[in-house]
Ligand binder design. Structure first.
Ligand SMILES: [Zn+2]
Ligand SMILES: [Zn+2]
Length: 408
């Protein structure tokens, strides 16, 4: 027996063409983080037509459906695209552009598969609305903007999310990924997505002619020392048991061979599986940058800024056990794998954390076994339309039903 009733399974099959059309429309119109106007309107229209009470909150959309006594379950889908020029060669590839917050026109692409998430979220919302006799409680369909910039969940919470919707007892979310294979899902208890932060560091020197280094404080040498010394944060200061990543993704200084510049800018990316380790990395970066500046006779203090902070995604064991049961019942044990620890990061958990609710976040396969795989954010990221859309909708609906099902 599957967790979706026969009638619901029939509706899922009936809505397949509608879901594919919706997906193609979303795929052709990706919007940048915190600029998802069209997407938001499209989602709100659909939720309203299904009978949900709809509100726009912090750039996102929330639909609430009450169906008798019972728990409140929230399912979150993120909705933003990326400033990437699509290179999949698909007939439905995006040619959309959008002017970003800095005023630059950008090509846009759903290179992270959030169009799959929206489609699955709306399909689940539709099935749950059409088959209210199959469950009891309150369902909250939450569509979150700005995940890629770690901005959207925070924006919704700051716009009063906790006062505007019924408090969920449980929150759920999912992401389409290159692994497991299409047709499968992956779920694990405990930490599944790392905490992350980016840092921007500007160090100051004194500029000079390339032939007169004695008159300079060379920020290039200073920045190079910083980059090397930062390697010790993982190698010498973090326990070998802990996961930690410190990457200097950008180092910029100067413009000509014979000019010593007066500043250098470093962009860093940090990952950890423990919030304490993340704090240690951030304070370690600050300490090393300041000490190296002093060692180099830097004429003014460095500017150090922490941005794009992603929290740890740490699945609750009990909720995860319930979700795993539901997914196994619906899809069969051979289609449910372990998630393990992904190195990616998510701002999803800010939503459950705002309510103090436990949560589970799982992965959905998007690429058929043996197919060439391109990772999320690649200009060639192209999940197979099917079975991905159907499995993503089935996974969302069955996980929700597993927590809302009438007990017999
Ligand atoms: Zn992404
Ligand atoms: Zn994503």
């Amino acid at each position: 027996m599957t967790i979706l009733s026969e009638a619901m399974t029939a509706s899922l099959a009936e809505h397949r063409a509608w879901a594919e059309e919706l997906y193609l429309d979303l795929h052709r119109h990706p919007e940048l983080s915190m600029q998802e106007q069209r997407t938001r309107t499209r989602i709100a229209e659909q939720l309203t037509s299904f009978g949900y009470a709809v509100q726009e909150i912090g750039g996102g959309v929330v639909g609430v459906l009450e169906a008798g006594p019972g728990p409140t379950v929230l399912f979150r889908a993120d909705i933003d695209g990326l400033p990437v020029q699509e290179a999949t060669g698909l007939p439905y590839a995006s040619t959309h552009t959008q002017v970003d917050a800095e005023g630059t026109e950008q090509p846009t692409m759903h290179a992270c598969g959030h169009d799959v998430h929206i489609t699955a979220g709306l399909t689940a919302a539709r099935l749950l609305a059409e088959h209210r006799a199959d469950w009891s409680g309150t369902y909250v369909a939450l569509f979150q903007p700005g995940e890629e910039k770690a901005a959207g969940a925070r924006a919704m919470v700051e716009d009063g999310l906790t006062d505007k919707i019924p408090a969920p007892d449980v929150c759920l979310g999912q992401h389409v990924l290159p692994a497991p294979a299409a047709g499968k899902v992956a779920v694990s208890a405990g930490p599944v997505m790392s905490t992350a932060a980016s840092m921007r560091v500007v160090v100051h020197g004194i500029g000079s002619h390339g032939s007169m280094p004695q008159l300079s404080v060379d920020p290039v040498v200073l920045a190079a020392s910083i980059v090397l010394r930062l390697q010790t944060l993982v190698a010498r200061e973090t326990s070998p048991d802990e996961l930690a990543v410190v990457t200097v993704g950008s180092l910029q200084a100067g413009s000509a061979a014979n000019i010593i510049p007066d500043r250098a800018t470093l962009l860093l990316n940090l990952r950890a599986y423990d919030s304490g380790v993340m704090e240690q990395l951030i304070s370690g970066v600050e300490r090393i940058v300041r000490a190296e500046c002093e060692a180099s006779r830097s004429p003014q203090p460095p500017e150090i800024e922490v941005r794009d902070r992603f929290p740890l995604t740490d699945n609750d064991p009990e909720v995860t056990a319930a979700v795993r049961r539901a997914l196994t019942e619906q899809l069969g044990a051979e289609h449910v794998e372990e998630f393990g620890r992904a190195t990616g990061s998510e701002d999803f958990s800010l939503v459950p954390d705002a309510f103090g609710a436990p949560y589970c976040y799982w992965g959905v396969g998007g690429f058929a076994e043996g197919r060439e795989v391109f990772p999320n954010h690649s200009p060639r990221f192209a999940p197979d339309l099917q079975p991905t859309l159907t499995i993503a909708a089935e996974a969302a609906t069955s996980a929700v039903l597993g927590l809302l099902r009438r007990t017999v």
